[in-house]
Every structure is written in structure tokens, then in C-alpha cells.
Design a protein around this ligand. Structure first.
Ligand code: FES
Length: 446
């Protein structure tokens, strides 16, 4: 008989409970270590199911989630020690991704005590025995994993985060509107650009004729990040574009250029000085003047005062217990209809074929079910790890009103804290994902 310490601290008993453990191991070290344990007759609990992959660098983050979905009470990921990877650096890349992925799982309310990472070499049969024995015992103590995707109807208090009083909004046409129209008229008239992507009365305005420049507007409702249109094939087909950007949107250009998704020399960037466009993100934004634009229009006062910032929804979310966070997201995602508006509007989502659309094999359940919605949002958020520039378009575009940007904030903070990286700020900074450092932290790896 064993006591079970559940996630809210209450103690229950789990008589006869035998945990199921899924272990994703690399072929060259941990698998051989497990094999050695067997051939040398080392006994360990039979609760583990081993799934062998070529290298930890090839262990897709979705597999960790899948492990729980197929009934695991705990998941182990294990590979070669640093310096021993059969493919030189697969485990270093994996370590970096795990650092970020753990933060995302924590934000979603997964129980991190059930997710283990280790390095076990081919000679460490004894360590395999020890790890599996300890993990089994610890999971036995924790009990079955019943919180997964549970919306916790008893804890409805978790469903709402503070949003603060509505900000008074007064529509204002901004002084640089005339200069913007004139500049775009000239650019189109003299053939410097073939198309202008700017703001119109009712949303984005895509102009190809100089005489239409009067349709452009610049006011405090110009919220959207227009750089997302640069990736569209139909826009690319029109020829060299000019794009209107606010200082915050400009960061997307830096990331997209870094990822070879655009040729900066072939884009004319019209930077608008900006004092905020009435969005919650503007309250914390200190960028006022674009830094990399080809021309800058308007003037903006210095950084806004944060004397009266809106409630910090992310901090409120992280103050909840993990089970409450899971319940919060389960309720949020319950409203998701898989319209993929969050993907379409995101400047950083540019894959020709999204993982969500693949059907051989199906990586993400296409049904708008709890499982499918969590899988989709985990994939979406993690593909934006250390790439998201915080434009908040995903939250704004979501017709179900799901605050998706909270997941991006989690990963943004993780990149800042662990790697001092702020996507889109320093064009010379090395991207976090796709690189590694020997000294990356591994205090969570056994
Ligand atoms: Fe084992 Fe890369 S081959 S971690």
C-alpha cells in the first residue's frame, strides 16, 4: 500500500496501482544500457514500455504529450551523455528544446513530476535499473495521471483571469497619415515598389496603383501586424512590396530575414513612429520609433509610463496550481473550432504544409476535441518558441476569444531567462532553436 500525494496536496491511497511508464530512448546509448541491464540480469520493475528512436535529437516534443494521451502515468526521455551523441550534437539540440518545452508544458498545467529526462550510456545498465526503479516508485506515490485535459468542473474559479476595466478608447487619426499617403503615392508612381501593404478603413489595404494611396489610413486602430502578408504567394507575385510597420511589428522582419524567408533588400519598409494603438500589449511596449525602416514617418513621445499597467494575466495564470491551469486551458480550448485563424494571421507561420494538415500519418488529431485542440495549440506555440515577437495577433484573430498569446509569453520568457534572447530585437543574435551551447543548463536532467 502506498500513499498518494495528489497535485493539490491531498493524500489518497492507491491500492494496487501499477504505473505505466513510456520511455523514449536513443538507439545508441540508453537502449543499449537497458539491454545491458537485461543481459546482466539486473531486476527492475516491468512498468516501463521502451520506444527506441535514432537519437534524442529526433524525439519529437509531441511524443511526450502523446505518451500521456495513450495512458502513460509518467514519461522518460533518455539518450547519450553530452559529448557522446552518435550524431555529434543531437542531444545538445534536444536539451535546448526540452528547456523550452518544459516551460510550455508547465504553463499548460502538465505535472512536471511525471516527465523525466536522463542521460544513460550503453555501459550504464545499473543506472537504467536505478532510474526505472525510482521513477516507478515515485509515480506509484503520485497515483494515476487523471488531470490530463480535465476541465475540473469543481474548480471553476480557475476559468477567468483578471482583465481589468475596459480601457477608454477615443478614435484618433494620427498626424503622419498625410505623409504616409504621399510617400506611398510616390513609391508606386515612380515604380520603386509594385505593391503597398498598408492600413485601410476596414483592415489591410493592398494597393498597386498610385491613385489609390488616398485609401491608406494611419490612426490608433491600426493594430494588425502587416508583415504577415509578405509571406503570401499572391503578394510576392505582384513584385517588390512596401510594407507599413509599427516599431513592434518590425521585429517580425528581423526574424523572417534571419530565417531566410524574405530578402530585406527587396522590401521597402515604411516605419511609423507609434505611441500605442490601444491594445493591451501597448501598455508594456516601450518601442516608439522603428529602427530598421527605410523611411520613418511621424513622431512619438518617449516610452509610455507603466504607472498603471493592466493586470498581468500571465502572472495570474502561473499563480494557479498546475491542475487549475490544465482546467483553465481545457475550458479555453473547448471553444476552439480549429479554424486556424491563429496560424493564418501569424507572421511566423509560413510552412508550405502545416503539421496540422498532414494526414499520413496524422500528427495532430484534426477533430476539435480536447486531445486534438491541445495537440494543435502545443504544436503551434512550440513552433513559435524563441521566434514569436509578441504581436498578439493570434489572440486578436481567435474568433473564440482564446488568449493564445499567453502560451507565447511563456516561451518568450523562457528564452529570455535561459538564453538572454529576445526574438527580433538584435539582428546579430544567434537564434535559440537550431543552435546550442555546451553550458546550457541541465539541472532537470538526471
Ligand atoms: Fe544518442 Fe544522439 S545518438 S543522443
Amino acid at each position: 500500500m502506498s500513499d498518494d500525494s495528489t497535485r493539490d496536496g491531498t493524500m489518497t491511497e492507491n491500492k494496487g496501482f501499477e504505473p505505466k511508464i513510456v520511455a523514449y530512448v536513443c538507439n545508441w546509448c540508453t537502449y543499449l544500457g537497458a539491454d545491458l541491464a537485461g543481459t546482466t540480469r539486473l531486476e527492475y520493475p516491468p512498468n516501463v514500455r521502451i520506444i527506441r528512436l535514432p537519437c534524442t535529437g529526433r524525439i519529437d516534443f509531441n511524443l511526450i504529450v502523446k505518451g500521456f494521451e495513450i495512458g502513460a502515468d509518467a514519461v522518460l526521455v533518455s539518450g547519450c551523455h553530452p559529448g557522446d551523441c552518435h550524431y555529434t550534437a543531437g542531444n545538445y539540440h534536444a536539451r535546448r528544446r526540452w528547456i523550452l518545452f518544459r516551460e510550455l508544458l508547465d504553463t499548460l498545467g502538465f505535472d512536471l513530476r511525471r516527465i523525466h529526462f536522463t542521460w544513460i550510456s550503453a555501459a550504464e545498465g545499473k543506472k537504467w535499473q536505478q532510474v526505472i526503479t525510482e521513477m516507478t516508485e515515485q509515480t506509484r506515490q503520485l497515483g494515476p495521471y487523471t488531470d490530463l485535459y480535465a476541465n475540473g468542473s469543481a474548480q471553476d474559479s480557475a476559468n477567468d483571469l483578471p482583465s481589468g476595466p475596459p480601457t477608454p478608447f477615443e478614435f484618433k487619426t494620427l498626424p503622419a497619415e498625410g505623409a504616409l499617403r504621399e510617400s506611398c503615392r510616390k513609391l508606386l508612381a515612380d515604380g520603386t515598389v509594385k505593391v503597398v501593404i498598408g492600413y485601410g478603413q476596414r483592415g489591410p489595404a493592398i494597393l498597386t496603383r498610385a491613385e489609390d494611396a488616398g485609401r491608406l489610413v494611419w490612426n490608433n486602430r491600426c493594430v494588425s501586424n502587416l508583415t504577415t502578408y509578405l509571406k503570401r504567394k499572391e503578394i510576392k507575385a505582384l513584385g517588390k512590396p512596401a510594407v507599413v510597420v509599427k516599431p513592434c511589428d518590425e521585429k517580425s522582419l528581423v526574424v523572417l530575414e534571419k530565417e531566410s524567408q524574405l530578402d530585406r533588400k527587396n522590401i521597402h519598409v515604411i516605419g511609423m513612429a507609434c505611441e500605442g494603438v490601444g491594445e493591451p500589449k501597448c501598455t508594456f511596449c516601450t518601442a516608439r520609433t522603428p529602427r530598421f525602416a527605410d523611411e520613418t514617418l511621424g513622431e512619438a513621445a518617449g516610452p509610455a509610463s507603466l504607472a498603471d499597467p493592466p493586470p498581468n494575466r500571465f502572472a495570474a495564470l502561473m499563480a494557479m496550481a498546475p491542475a487549475e491551469r490544465m482546467a483553465f486551458w481545457a475550458k479555453q480550448f473547448d471553444r476552439c473550432v480549429k479554424c486556424y485563424a491563429c496560424r493564418q494571421v501569424c507572421p511566423m507561420c509560413y510552412c508550405e504544409r502545416c503539421i496540422a494538415d498532414k494526414n499520413r500519418p496524422i500528427a495532430i488529431d484534426p477533430a476539435p476535441s480536447a486531445k486534438g485542440n491541445f495537440a494543435w495549440q502545443i504544436a503551434r506555440a512550440f513552433h513559435l518558441a524563441a521566434r514569436c515577437v509578441g504581436c498578439g495577433e493570434c489572440s486578436r484573430a481567435c474568433p473564440a476569444g482564446i488568449d493564445l498569446a499567453l502560451l507565447n509569453i511563456a516561451l518568450h520568457k523562457a528564452a529570455q531567462v535561459n538564453f538572454g534572447y529576445d526574438a527580433g530585437v538584435d539582428p546579430a543574435a544567434e537564434p535559440v532553436v537550431g543552435s546550442y551551447a555546451l553550458q546550457d543548463k541541465e539541472d532537470f536532467i538526471g
